[in-house]
Design a protein around this ligand. Sequence first.
Ligand SMILES: [Zn+2]
Ligand SMILES: [Zn+2]
Length: 116
Amino acid sequence: MYTTEESWTQHNVDNPGRKRAVTGITCPVPGCNAFVIGHYAKYRRHWLAKHERFVSKYFCPQCRAAYKRKDDLRTHVTKHAGLILDLDDVECQFLENKEFLDPDPITLETAMDYKT
Ligand SMILES: [Zn+2]
Ligand SMILES: [Zn+2]
């Protein structure tokens, strides 16, 4: 486990081909090994895209356009003049994630230990 910023940096240095200057997370999921540049939010997005069996989709109440993120839906509905969106009352469905890569036994929490 990498519990300090220093050991996290060290972890990157120990990986061949990883430059010290690049801050990011090597995904610890077997078979993935994606190098996610950036911090927690970016990695979380990677995790949601690849390592959650189901992905949530939010639907526009007017035209049924589907978005993975509420923020994207919020941006979308500004195109509908006069439509006021209650983000707490948006229709949400869980759909099977076609890109799913089983992270077992790693969880998002243990994966994040690599960074923090
Ligand atoms: Zn991954
Ligand atoms: Zn719409």
